[in-house]
Design a protein around this ligand. Structure first.
Ligand code: SF4
Length: 456
């Protein structure tokens, strides 16, 4: 009788959120969640396919877990998340390395699949749905038990077909959750004492909901009126929960509207921080990536943000070494960074992933040592910019939400300001979850150092 389940998670916050959805579904079906692999008779691996390295980590983990199954503890092992549609299931079932594989749109049926496993059959269902399947499922809060910040997925999938990306194939078309359910989840977090909400989506800016269709493409193609877009949703939530901080990720330069920027400006409780991946500074590479915007359009958007919200912090994702990238393309990227001077960034070199448009149509021409050199150049430049940007906070007073004890010094708290910068300061009478005013006295390239000034 399978009863105790354990979830191991890799990849982004959307996978963490999905874990909380799965826990609710299984608890409702009399399964018990355990936070230790060795207590479980059912083990889920929630997976990420964003880079080859992420997938290789999972393959190694499957082998390791099978060695535990053989030597120590019997359990059924299942794979969920973005790799579910990509993995060679016939091989993994034939080798008895996995017992079930379930895709991100089929989690509601997990109890049924588990029950059918008892007959020693394998379960495999990775069908992508055109509906937002988890609309009425309230996630069981597992992460951020410190009750400070938690995330809510507002949309799934993506309609943009960037040539390097697997998401549209692993998560399907864009589907938005109803505002009513999102507000209910915000209420739940508020009542549980959380202070911050992070709205999640592969592309939050293209959030579009209408009771007539979940699919963005249908709402647009059929010109369905009275739909709720991201700026409407953001305004609704910030008005309804004025004492909660609101953050969101991830934005897309092609879909971000001026309305969203104005709403961020209008409401104090919406954090002054935007994560705006640009991936490359070269128009030629942006075209090959099918990013739907060019360098000037990106810079105009940045200028709009800086004009409307001067104190807004900016971060980005970047991929260096994309197929056919030349030194000139690379310099274009460095020059864009020098123009914007981002607060921080997530920087990677290109990974040629099977199943993407780029894999099928382009050659991975840039040698790995060149990719690594260019990435180091980008990281060093960003480190310089981050240090200069954080230096500007010295002698200012920042509103900080305390998240926990500093990893480096147990006598220090750490928290974040509205701009998502980490702030550390000596502990006094405060506690986790407090909003406090901190006088900034110093900085590194990653952290602001301050001292307590007052409670809010
Ligand atoms: S917008 Fe983001 S999630 Fe969508 S295809 Fe492009 S990179 Fe992937």
């Amino acid at each position: 009788m399978l009863k105790y389940f354990y979830i191991e998670s890799y990849g982004c916050q959307m996978n963490l959120y999905d874990n909380e959805i799965i826990i609710t579904i299984l608890l409702k079906n009399n399964f018990k969640y355990v936070d230790n692999l060795y207590k479980a008779d059912l083990v889920f691996i929630n997976t990420c396919s964003i880079r080859k390295k992420s997938e290789n980590t999972i393959y190694n983990r499957i082998l390791f877990l099978n060695s535990i199954k053989r030597k120590k503890k019997k359990f059924l092992l299942g794979l969920i998340g973005c790799m579910s549609k990509r993995i060679d299931y016939k091989y993994f079932f034939k080798k008895k390395l996995l017992d079930f594989i379930i895709g991100p749109d089929q989690y509601k049926k997990i109890p049924y699949f588990i029950k059918s496993l008892n007959d020693n059959r394998y379960s495999y269902n990775v069908i992508l749905s055109n509906e937002e399947n988890y609309n009425n499922i309230i996630p069981t809060k597992l992460y951020n038990k410190n009750k400070v910040s938690s995330f809510i997925t507002i949309s799934r999938g993506c309609d943009n077909m960037c040539t390097f990306c697997v998401v549209p194939f692993t998560r399907g078309r864009e589907k938005s959750k109803s505002p009513k359910n999102i507000i209910n989840e915000c209420k739940l977090l508020y009542n549980l004492g959380y202070k911050e909400i992070i709205l999640l989506g592969q592309n939050v800016d293209s959030y579009l909901w209408n009771k007539k269709s979940y699919l963005k493409k249908d709402i647009i193609n059929n010109n369905i009126k009275k739909s709720i877009n991201f700026s409407n949703l953001l305004e609704k939530i910030s008005k309804k929960f004025p004492n909660m901080r609101i953050r969101f990720s991830t934005s897309n330069p092609h879909d971000m509207s001026l309305e969203v920027i104005k709403i961020i400006k209008k409401y104090n409780n919406i954090c002054k921080y935007i994560h705006l991946p640009f991936q490359s500074g070269s128009n030629r590479i942006l075209k090959l990536m099918k990013r739907k915007y060019n360098r000037i359009e990106y810079i105009n958007l940045i200028n709009n943000i800086k004009n409307i919200i001067p104190d807004c912090a900016l971060s980005y994702d970047i991929i260096t070494g994309f197929c056919t990238e030349t030194i000139k393309d690379h310099i274009d990227t460095l020059n864009l960074m020098k123009y914007v001077k981002f607060d921080f960034g997530y920087m990677f070199y290109y990974s040629h992933i099977k199943g993407t448009y780029a894999y099928k149509n382009f050659k991975d021409t840039v040698p790995i040592n060149i990719k690594k050199n260019r990435l180091n150049e980008i990281i060093n430049l960003q480190r310089k910019h981050s240090f200069l940007k954080l230096k500007k906070y010295i002698n200012t007073t920042q509103e900080v939400l305390i998240e926990g004890t500093s990893k480096k010094n147990k006598n220090y708290w750490y928290g974040k300001n509205s701009q998502n910068s980490i702030v550390v300061f000596p502990k006094k009478k405060e506690k986790i979850g407090d909003f406090v005013k901190i006088k900034i006295i110093d900085n590194t390239s990653a952290t602001l150092i301050g001292k307590f000034k007052s409670f809010l």
